[in-house]
Write a protein that binds this ligand. Structure first.
Ligand code: GAP
Length: 450
């Protein structure tokens, strides 16, 4: 199967209600997107799979849901106000701004190296470039009625902030002992210099992050454990083939200001292999700095040895939008059925926005329609996301469902009226099989766990 182009993914997303441009009727806003009816189902399925695997499947990982705007001292302590920047370069004629590392085609934040690499390069408009400099990506706003420096706050650039500030609260309320983790799903904001590649690089993003608090001696083992978690989540739970994934270890000039080591999983997106999921060794950087700036004691006492120390942190972090784009890219396929080309989303049934579509063979036969309506109502009670589809001929209905990844289509025909049986048509093989109505739910239920 050939990889889909970004145009194909964007077109399907818009055509079938996965992703829309934000505020589209006003011309949109660069770096902002909305999820449509199918997109929000896929997003929710991805988030609940991650929550299950990360929080509910582990006794020692606890969830939080922190606020987006917090005391700005948090971002001073975390180093984001001083150091959360990307290298930027300006076209000296149009004054358009670009990511210097992207124009140079390298993964580095080092301004000297970038200046050297860009010395003889022109901007995409063909003009001379200025000197590269750092651009801080924190988004600002003000709380309260006065817009002065005292009221200035930031929209969080990563969800990790409120995990660190809740370290003591979670440790004390849950009587948590090291090693333990705190997980969160939530929005984050970055004033990206060049948002691009559809929902890959946006200014309003959602992250699924987990900070795992450990003693220094457990760093290496925990780092490997959470790298393995990310890889297995993508391959086993999201149905992404190993061939579409690769590891990328951050070089010293590429790592975030808080990280001692970082490994990204790259996914082979339509625009090429790019970062999907990061595992970082943040050492004791965050808790030490929050303790210093807040004046609170964020150390931990080991019960057996009596030793007091500041925990180290291994972080696992993935963007929901990037995961959705990876899952759509991986699932997108075209094949030919009965000499007709079709687009089919081969999503895992557990991820599919709609689980089943129910159709009467003919919509102008009341006896077929009323039987089909009964089947539809029963399945909807059981599986929730069930679609009624009686529009167009049966072939067209199947194609429509294939394109949105619905794994099973159930048709009620004249034989159904005689012996209370229905046909189930499988999205991937397109094979149809006949089942007794009273066996339908138990036949389908295990399939949606896959
Ligand atoms: N707390 C660590 C952290 O935020 P990061 O590598 O900057 O690390 C983590 O971001 C993940 O968030 C990335 O691997 C990616 O999936 C997602 N992400 C980061 N910036 C993004 C953006 N501008 N648009 C979409 N997703 C983004």
């Amino acid at each position: 199967m050939t990889k889909p182009t970004m145009e194909e993914i964007v077109s399907l997303s818009k055509r079938r209600g996965f992703v829309f441009q934000s505020s589209e009727i006003y011309g949109g806003l660069a770096g902002f997107y909305d999820y449509g009816p199918l997109g929000v189902e896929l997003v929710n399925n991805l988030k609940s799979l991650w929550w299950q695997a990360c929080v509910r499947d582990n006794d020692n990982i606890f969830g939080v849901d922190g606020s987006i705007i917090q005391n700005p001292l948090l971002w001073q302590a975390s180093g984001h106000i001083a150091g959360f920047s990307d290298p930027m370069v300006e076209d000296t004629v149009t004054h358009k701004r670009y990511r210097a590392d992207q124009l140079a085609g390298v993964d580095t934040n080092d301004l000297k190296e970038l200046a050297e690499l860009l010395r003889d390069k022109k901007s995409p408009e063909g003009n001379k470039l200025g000197e590269p400099r750092q651009f801080n990506m924190m988004m600002q706003t003000w709380v309260g009625p006065v817009e002065d420096d005292a009221a200035k706050v930031y929209l969080r650039p990563e969800t990790a902030g409120s995990i660190f500030t809740n370290f003591l609260n979670v440790k004390d309320t849950m009587r948590a002992k090291l090693p333990f983790g705190i997980a969160q799903i939530g929005k984050a904001f970055r004033n990206e210099i060049s948002p691009r590649d559809f929902i890959f690089r946006v200014r309003e993003l959602e992250q699924m992050e987990m900070q795992y608090f450990i003693s220094a001696s457990d760093q290496d083992e925990a780092y490997e454990r959470w790298r393995d978690f990310a890889w297995r989540f993508l391959t086993e739970r999201c149905g992404i083939k190993e061939d579409s994934l690769s590891w990328h270890e951050h070089g010293p000039n590429e790592r975030a200001h808080y990280a001692k080591a970082a490994h990204d999983i790259y996914f082979d997106y339509p625009q090429g292999p790019k970062e999907l999921w990061g595992t970082h060794n943040r050492t004791d950087f965050d808790l030490l700095n929050h303790a210093r700036v807040s004046g609170k004691d964020l150390s931990y006492i080991d019960e057996s040895s009596g030793e007091r120390f500041t925990p180290n942190v291994i972080e696992s972090s993935v963007g929901v939008g990037r995961l959705l784009l990876a899952v759509l890219t991986e699932a997108y396929d075209r094949d030919t059925i009965d000499k007709e080309e079709r687009v089919v989303l081969r999503l895992k049934p557990s991820l599919a926005p709609y689980k089943v579509a129910v159709s009467p063979l003919l919509k102008n036969k009341p006896e077929l329609v009323s039987f089909a309506r009964e089947v539809y109502a029963d399945l909807k009670k059981e599986f929730g996301m069930v679609m009624w589809d009686d529009n167009g001929n049966i072939g067209k209905r199947y194609r429509r469902q294939d394109e949105i990844g619905t794994p099973y289509c159930i048709t009620i025909d004249f034989e159904s009226l005689e012996n209370k049986s229905v046909t189930i048509r499988d999205r991937d093989s397109t094979k149809q099989s006949r089942f007794q109505l009273d066996k339908l739910v138990e036949t389908l239920r295990p399939k949606f766990l896959q």
